[in-house]
Design a protein around this ligand. Structure first.
Ligand SMILES: Nc1ncnc2c1ncn2[C@@H]1O[C@H](COP(=O)(O)OP(=O)(O)OP(=O)(O)O)[C@@H](O)[C@H]1O
Ligand SMILES: [Mg+2]
Length: 216
């Protein structure tokens, strides 16, 4: 079975697709894992990116499949078909995800990752999502959040550090800054990985600990 990671969030434009691409680059180029990214968003930002880059089949990168559906059975069938070929599968989701689909994705995921923009409005709406997940599955779940697009020298950064979690949500220690490099890094090429390296190392450590727990 591959490791499943779903990137979700209640808001549009928080960095879900950027995170999916960077994370897939991390596993594929950084850790040498057979990696698939799945695009479930009707906007198809993840899939279109590859088209925009006038993709050359010979370029080495993680694989990508598009499955835009509101039906969890359809997604399940697709994932079942592909999963034996991969060690890591990362699912990118739209800003407004149907309850049936989000429930299914939480169920199959080894880790759910939620990017937070550092604004009260964004935090509030993501916490509604966390409530919805906790109400169905309880508070003991691998749901992790991180702050994305942190402005350099912003006063509220220290305050954000005090927010460590809520119900099933645990905040990752590392934050990702708002940087042109990261916005440009929205690409299949492994450039500027250092910006997100620490966050993903933290996440990979959590996954390793989880796997060890299951084995013992
Ligand atoms: N840390 C960052 N620093 C600078 N720009 C960023 C960062 N993270 C994401 N962005 C930029 O923010 C914009 C929105 O990001 P992205 O498309 O990944 O969000 P999304 O949550 O997938 O949006 P949607 O809900 O529309 O699918 C993009 O232009 C992306 O390049
Ligand atoms: Mg997106």
């Amino acid at each position: 079975m591959p490791t499943y990671i779903t990137v979700m969030g209640q808001k549009g434009g928080v960095g879900k697709t950027t995170t999916t691409i960077n994370l897939a680059n991390y596993f594929f180029h950084g850790l040498g894992k057979k990696t698939l990214a799945v695009d479930t968003d009707f906007q198809k930002s993840l899939s279109n990116q590859r088209v925009d880059e006038t993709w050359n089949e010979k370029r080495k990168s993680f694989d990508i499949k598009t499955c835009v559906t509101e039906d969890s059975d359809t997604l399940h069938t697709m994932l079942n078909f592909f999963e034996q070929n991969y060690e890591v599968i990362i699912v990118d989701t739209p800003g407004k995800l149907k309850t049936g689909l989000s429930t299914y994705l939480v169920e199959i995921s080894d880790l759910v990752l939620i990017p937070f923009r550092p604004s009260n409005k964004d935090i509030k709406s993501n916490l509604q999502l966390v409530d919805a997940i906790s109400n169905v599955f309880g508070d003991d779940l691998p749901v992790y959040g991180f702050f994305n697009m942190i402005k350099a020298g912003a006063k509220e950064t220290e305050q954000l550090r005090e927010f460590t979690g809520y119900r099933c949500l645990k905040m990752l220690k590392h934050m990702v800054r708002d940087s042109v490099a990261i916005s440009r890094q929205n690409t299949y090429d492994p450039v500027h990985r250092d910006d997100v390296q620490q966050l993903f190392d933290e996440l990979n450590h959590i996954l390793s600990c989880q796997a060890q727990k299951i084995q013992s």
